[in-house]
Design a protein around this ligand. Structure first.
Ligand SMILES: NC(=O)CCC(=O)C(=O)O
Length: 312
């Protein structure tokens, strides 16, 4: 009959307190950075060891803003990289001894002359652990509601991003619209991630319909934790973020959720919940690789050579 082979379970070595910062940002980048630093300190004060910031936390969100706010994470031929947000994030992680998923920032690569929407992940020592460039650009057109084309300015990244947090296990990091693509989440889970972390900025059209639904869908499909971290809603900005940052557990239960304004939410991620879910609903031993292929077994790119590496 069937081949029902087991895939490795995600491992969370010990409980982890995670904080999502639903940050209020504006047009003043230095102010955004210092405000983020204050909020990371506050989040660490709650006992969080993994802290997450939202998409485009250092700038307003909009294609017209990306070039103005972009930072060079890779040195150009004629000079050093200039990356105040990189330096600020590294200091926030180090000063508070937390793993930090630094939301995302607009990035300019002087080598290729391309812009990206880029997330930087730092260790508690302040070292860069990973760089994720948004793989699926947010290009939608819902007539009369919202038209947005990140691809007018941005170029998509080319890799899936798994990050090892040695005391805890692996997380996957992706950005906002990436959550709509289940393959990325499933591959990360099959490669052992215990949580999918998405800095994101949904809007007031798709947010109420899809934000929570997508988080729960990725969690129930993969039986792992899902976190989505939004900017606070600002009705005076040109883009109105949905807010409602949330954490969903491996049973797809929303365990913590923000409202629309600035807020920090914390959740305890537990290995018991991961194991209990997989024991009670053992999808892991019931997959039918004889009927359909395992998406994680094809070519999966994890090592885009073009990505910024840690600064020396
Ligand atoms: N920043 C984004 O990628 C927004 C995604 C979004 O709103 C959606 O509906 O998807």
């Amino acid at each position: 009959m069937s081949s029902t082979s087991r895939v490795p379970s995600p491992v969370l070595k010990k409980s982890l307190t995670m904080a999502l910062i639903q940050l209020a940002s504006g047009s003043d980048k230095p102010k955004n950075l210092s405000h983020a630093a204050e909020k990371v300190r506050e989040a660490a004060g709650t006992g969080a060891k993994l802290v997450v910031l939202p998409e485009c936390f250092n700038s307003p969100y909009g294609t017209n803003y990306f070039p103005e706010y972009a930072e060079t994470l890779l040195p150009s031929a004629d000079g050093e990289a200039s990356a105040p947000s990189y330096d600020a994030l590294s200091a926030m992680a180090r000063d508070n001894k937390v793993y930090l998923v630094g939301g995302s920032i607009p990035e300019y690569n002087p080598g290729t002359k391309k812009y990206h929407n880029t997330s930087l992940v730092f260790s508690p020592e302040g070292g860069l652990l990973a760089t994720h460039r948004k793989v699926h650009l947010f290009d939608i057109d819902i007539p009369g509601k919202i038209t947005f084309r990140e691809s007018d300015v941005l170029t998509a990244g080319n890799q899936l991003t798994l990050v090892d947090l040695p005391e805890y296990g692996k997380i996957a990091v992706a950005i906002c619209y990436d959550v709509r693509f289940p393959e990325l989440a499933t591959i990360a889970a099959r490669k052992g991630a215990f949580a999918l972390i998405y800095p994101g900025a949904f809007n007031l059209t798709t947010g109420p319909l899809h934000w929570q639904l997508l988080a729960q869908a990725r969690a129930v499909d993969n039986q792992i934790y899902v976190a989505m971290c939004s900017p606070a809603r600002d009705m005076s900005a040109s883009y109105h973020a949905y807010g409602h940052s949330l954490v969903v557990d491996p049973m797809a239960k929303v365990v913590s959720e923000a409202a629309e304004g600035e807020e920090i939410i914390t959740s305890e991620l537990s290995s018991d919940k991961l194991e209990e879910t997989r024991r009670n609903i053992p999808l892991n031993t019931q997959r039918r690789w004889d009927v359909y292929p395992d998406v994680s077994k094809g070519k999966v790119q994890f090592d885009d050579p073009d990505l910024p590496k840690p600064k020396e």
